[in-house]
Design a protein around this ligand. Structure first.
Ligand code: HEM
Length: 385
């Protein structure tokens, strides 16, 4: 599909996909424009999806799918607590969690890197961030799995299929809701330095976060911050396996890891596309798009636009600047970017320190997630020396 989009970008950067009635945008300038004009290109699809009562509770805090002014209010409040400083303060614990996870496979010459590190690390970090007691961390893993269980759906799934998927996960959503409301209540009564207490204290112009909004934000962290980071670690492992000279250079000089990870994010963004809905009729790329159309802003293709990236098809692990759109653009720009970057860096520093060599196992298959949902491995057997 990526090859198809890239070929098409040169001829028709904005086109209507007849198969599903969605508009696809393929070039960097148009994708950036769409992501920076929330008034015309809305993130709110609530009128189009079936209403599911249990999810409605979460929607109050899911500002990813909100437009201004509600988005601004919630994002500003959450940003007061979820600051780059809060994230930086977590660095020693992320090191420790990474080491503990890798200790569990110490001595094994072959293991699944997803199961050992890439999958559990981001959930444990989110749980740590929120101050979830160690004995309840398994619950987090369970919820994260369930929240992602719509991965069998595709952009062509019917409403009935979407509704059936939502029904299946409803009991877990209720459980998560109850648990998190109790967790927040506890932190209101027993304030600490952790993110949950900071969220409770956040206040802008006399407004603060309601408990239900905080629960929605936690669900958002699990949806937006877990499997994406898994994807980054898995995709980076695959990229370095394909580019042994880059892997050797980073082993020699780990200070290049952050720049190399940006190139992985450019070439293999976890989300190929971001969806938007037009609020009005609009001209894009010489085409007239009607109001209420679904737009897919194609990051994967924009990230390889030769008007922005020299030698766009090559993996250049030293590429700077690297204005990829993998973390989005505009008002919804990923709030977890510093955390994702830090987790990726710590994971590769730790792997470098432990192993003189790490390669994707040739005799066992690598398994991928449903690419319509996320560009990520599901299973990644690696050989280490
Ligand atoms: C938003 C990508 C990791 C939290 C976004 C958006 C993208 C993105 C593309 C914008 C979506 C849109 O405009 O519709 C990624 C990638 C990650 C990553 C590629 C990892 C490699 C994280 C992490 C967290 C996080 C670790 C937190 C734990 C968020 C939040 C938003 C968001 C809260 C909503 C921002 C808003 O709507 O204002 N992310 N993300 N993300 N991300 Fe991330």
């Amino acid at each position: 599909r990526l090859d198809h989009w890239i070929d098409r970008r040169g001829v028709e950067p904005v086109y209507l996909d007849e198969e599903n009635g969605m508009w696809r945008l393929l070039d960097h300038a148009t994708v950036s424009r769409v992501l920076s004009e929330p008034g015309t290109f809305s993130s709110d699809f609530s009128g189009l999806a079936p209403v599911q009562e249990d999810f409605e509770a979460f929607r109050t805090g899911m500002f990813l799918t909100m437009d201004p002014p509600n988005h601004r209010k919630l994002r500003t409040l959450v940003s007061q607590a979820f600051t780059p400083r809060t994230v930086a303060g977590l660095e020693p614990r992320i090191h420790q969690i990474t080491e503990e996870l890798l200790d569990a496979v110490a001595g094994q010459r072959r293991f699944d890197l997803v199961e050992a590190l890439a999958y559990p690390l981001p959930i444990l970090v989110i749980a740590e961030l929120l101050g979830i007691p160690a004995q309840d961390r398994e619950l987090f893993e369970k919820w994260a799995k369930v929240l992602f269980s719509g991965d069998q759906l595709t952009e062509n799934s019917t409403m009935a299929e979407i509704e059936a998927a939502l029904q299946m996960i409803a009991p877990t959503i209720r459980e998560m809701n109850e648990y998190m409301l109790a967790h927040i209540k506890y932190h209101r009564a027993n304030p600490s330095d952790g993110l949950t207490s900071k969220l409770c204290r956040a206040s802008v112009d006399g407004e603060s976060l309601a408990d239900q909004e905080m629960v929605g934000f936690v669900a958002l962290l699990l949806v937006a911050g877990h499997i994406t980071t898994t994807a980054l670690i898995g995709n980076a492992t695959i990229s370095l396996d394909r580019h042994p000279a880059a892997a050797a250079a980073l082993r020699e000089d780990p200070s290049g890891i952050p720049v190399a990870l940006e190139e992985v994010l450019r070439c293999l963004p976890p989300f190929n596309e971001l969806g938007r809905r037009t609020t009005t009729e609009v001209e894009l790329g010489g085409r007239t798009i009607p109001a209420n159309s679904i737009i897919m802003a194609n990051i994967a293709s924009a990230n390889r636009d030769p008007r922005v990236f020299a030698d766009a098809e090559s993996f250049d692990f030293t590429r700077t600047p690297n204005p990829h759109l993998t973390f989005g653009h505009g008002i919804h720009f990923c709030l977890g970017t510093p955390l994702a970057r830090m987790e990726g860096r710590i994971a590769f520093e730790a792997l470098n320190r432990r192993y003189a060599g790490l390669s994707v196992a040739r005799s066992e298959p690598v398994e991928f997630q449903n690419p319509a949902m996320i560009v990520s491995v599901r299973k990644l057997p690696v050989d280490v020396v």
